[in-house]
Design a protein around this ligand. Structure first.
Ligand code: S3P
Length: 292
């Protein structure tokens, strides 16, 4: 059994939906590695993609592509941008879903065509052997339609037509933050995971992990950062417990780049009341606390 939650973000989608530029930006925002499987293929084969297609054929390209994907998915904390045809292989689809949150970037055929056109003017990097025939727009339409059921297997989709790469990257990060814990439900009953994840709490609107372990409090800031959180952090603590851990928690959060504030709930049974909950919610409301 793997780790308790998805370890990577995998971007799928048709050619010219922005997987590479968006992926690079997502990796930058999360502080992760960026891997482009097309680049890996070139590296592994020592040939350009058009050369592989023309000299060895598509089947050979797909075989190299599968190996490149396996290599990319073997690590963690990577944003992996895949080639548009990677979804054709059933095993590759299963591999992606097992190893990451899979986000499909989509765009209308006309948008794809105009991006292809613009890129072609910029240089030879735009060459896509599968679109090089006489009617590229017709080819985009038919190829995309035939692949649509496979793209639909992604956990999430982002329509990029009207988005800048930065905006699309924001949507991908949002999908990651929202889905990473929900998708771990499949391994909820797994034996204790190496990172100390003990349970997943699923509510009607979101899910979150619970970590249990000796001496892991000092990792709080780092783990929250890894989860894609940032900015302010609101802590709710028992007033009898807080003084003992205050220093460690605040230091950890600050070193993770968070701005922490703590609400202390008076110790004891008296705090288990609606009035106490109301005081807490008012405290959060005044601070305009929301899920970051
Ligand atoms: C392909 C997409 C290309 C590249 C190759 C084949 C496809 O990658 O892998 O030309 O079959 O859709 P991009 O999707 O990054 O353009």
């Amino acid at each position: 059994m793997g780790t308790a939650s998805p370890r990577n973000i995998v971007l799928t989608g048709f050619m010219f939906t922005g997987k590479s530029s968006v992926g690079r930006e997502v990796a930058r925002r999360l502080g992760w590695r960026f891997i482009d499987t097309d680049d890996l293929i070139v590296e592994m084969s020592g040939k350009s993609i058009p050369e592989i297609f023309s000299q060895e054929g598509e089947a050979s390209f797909r075989a190299i592509e599968k190996r490149a994907l396996e290599e990319a998915c073997a690590g963690e904390r990577a944003v992996i941008s895949t080639g548009g045809g990677v979804v054709l292989d059933r095993g590759s689809r299963a591999l992606m879903v097992r190893n990451g949150v899979v986000v499909c970037l989509d765009a209308r055929p006309e948008t794809i065509y105009s991006r292809l056109h613009a890129a072609a003017k910029a240089g030879p990097a735009a060459v896509r052997p599968l679109l090089s025939g006489p009617d590229p727009l017709g080819r985009i339409r038919s190829l995309k339609e035939s692949r649509q059921p496979f793209y639909a297997e992604a956990h999430w989709s982002v329509h990029t037509d009207a988005l800048t790469p930065g905006e699309a990257a924001g949507e991908v990060v949002r999908a990651w933050e929202m889905l990473r814990w929900r998708l771990s439900s499949a391994v909820e009953a797994a034996p204790a995971s190496a990172d100390g994840q003990a349970a997943i709490v699923t509510t009607s609107t979101q899910s979150y992990p619970v970590f249990v372990g000796w001496g892991i409090l000092g990792q709080l800031g780092e783990r929250m950062k890894e989860a894609g959180l940032r900015g302010r952090a609101f802590l709710v603590a028992d007033a009898g417990v807080w003084p003992h851990y205050q220093q460690k928690v605040l230091e950890s959060l600050k070193s993770g780049g968070f701005a922490p504030e703590c609400y202390q709930v008076p110790a004891g049974e008296g705090s288990k009341s609606l009035a106490a909950a109301q005081r807490l919610y008012s405290w959060l409301a005044v601070r305009r606390a929301e899920r970051g």
